[in-house]
Design a protein around this ligand. Structure first.
Ligand code: MN3
Length: 388
């Protein structure tokens, strides 16, 4: 078979994380091999990637794009599948060693659980998976002894700070936030911002959904939940600090008061590469940080009044059960609405809050209840948007 190269499946290969992961893999063809690529709809890019990386299999979630994909790859021995269910099947293929989950939102949950069930190491870029069902996911991963390697830059930073600290408990973590494009805006200014302005992130180059989440600070709230599950922490052990330069990617404080930070220029390829090659550090030609050219690093407290989504995240976590799932579903709907300019910026948190109040609460949800909750919360949020 494929000698000793690490066999990788990428869920969401045409998105921002997926394409950056392929950049890393292209440069390290001696270490990694692509076994499977999947995309939601961008069929032309998927074809291009398949022709370059020659995976064993490709999946397009949007079934209407199947004929085009099939035809374009018909001269090659690549298996071509379509549909959501195929995503959960391909990740179980025997030779796959690691699955990079780079899909957007709730849709990443099911294939991630499927990959864990099959014992595949997870490079987790789909934070919504842990926001929605962190209990299910982490329990299953522990049971199957499957490592979940964070790709989110903050969580990768924390994970890197924990190297060599196996028996030293975390006192707290300091999760840094850039503050997004509207960090200095007043409430009045926030009421007028457009999706176009929100899509201009100051430091990080990311997909549309996460960029809007960064502008509302929902992303940081989600990352708080993600950290809670990944590192087994309480919310009291997680401090969010706004650090506009995005040089410190997060920190860990230990019980002797020592704080370790992981730093560098903001470049998602580093946390992607760290997860793919873990536990090894491998070469990179990424631009190096020169401290003589960073005049100042600043820190400030996040403002939960101007950025209400952050407050809603804490409320959802305190409540527990299916509440974070409701929060996530409502957020996916309002972000789509905001991107289509159907709603204004302040309505984002208002609609989420109303959805959280109106969807039925379940204290100990199982898989079925998560599926139902997600559907109900989406319906409710859509209804509220239509009524505006
Ligand atoms: Mn992040």
């Amino acid at each position: 078979m494929h000698d000793d190269k690490r066999q990788i499946a990428i869920l969401g290969s045409t998105g921002s994380i997926g394409t950056q992961a392929l950049d890393v893999i292209r440069k390290h063809a001696d270490l990694f091999e692509i076994y499977a690529l999947t995309a939601n709809q961008k069929v032309e890019l998927l074809i291009k990637q398949a022709l370059e990386f020659l995976p064993e299999m490709v999946v397009i979630a949007d079934k209407q794009k199947y004929p085009r994909l099939k035809e374009a790859l018909s001269h090659l021995p690549i298996k071509v599948w379509a549909g959501e269910d195929a995503l959960s099947q391909v990740v179980q293929a025997e030779p796959i060693q690691m699955v990079l989950t780079a899909m957007v939102g709730y849709s990443g949950l099911k294939p991630t659980l499927s990959a864990i069930r099959a014992g595949k190491a997870i490079a987790l870029a789909n934070k919504e998976t842990l926001v929605v069902a962190g209990d299910l996911v982490t329990r299953l991963a522990a049971e199957k002894q499957v490592p979940i390697l964070p790709v989110d830059s903050e969580h990768s930073a924390i994970f890197q700070c924990l190297a060599g600290e196996r028996n030293n408990p975390i006192e707290k973590i300091i999760l840094t936030a850039s503050g997004g494009p509207f960090r200095t805006f007043s409430s009045e200014q926030l009421a007028q911002v457009t999706s176009k302005e929100a899509l201009k992130h100051p430091n990080w180059n990311m997909g549309a959904k996460i960029t809007i989440d960064s502008a509302t600070l929902m992303n940081k709230g989600f990352e708080m939940i993600e950290a809670k599950w990944l590192f087994g922490l309480t919310t009291d052990q997680i401090q969010i600090v706004v650090h506009p330069q995005s040089i410190i990617h997060s920190m860990v404080q230990f019980r002797d008061s020592s704080i370790k930070a992981q730093m560098g220029l903001p470049d998602m390829r580093l946390p992607i590469q760290y997860a793919l090659a873990y536990p090894k550090r491998i070469d990179s030609d990424f631009e190096r940080l020169d401290f003589n050219r960073v005049p100042i690093l600043t820190f400030e407290e996040p403002d939960k009044n101007r950025f209400r989504c952050l407050e809603l995240v804490y409320r959802a976590v305190r409540k527990g059960g299916n509440m974070p799932c409701i929060l996530n579903a409502a957020n996916e709907i309002v972000v789509a609405g905001f991107l289509e300019d159907k709603i204004k910026f302040p309505a984002v948190s208002e609609i989420i809050e109303q959805t959280m109040e109106e969807v039925s609460f379940i204290a100990s949800p199982d898989w079925e209840s998560y599926v139902q909750t997600d559907a109900e919360a989406r319906r409710k949020a859509e209804e509220i948007i239509k009524a505006i």
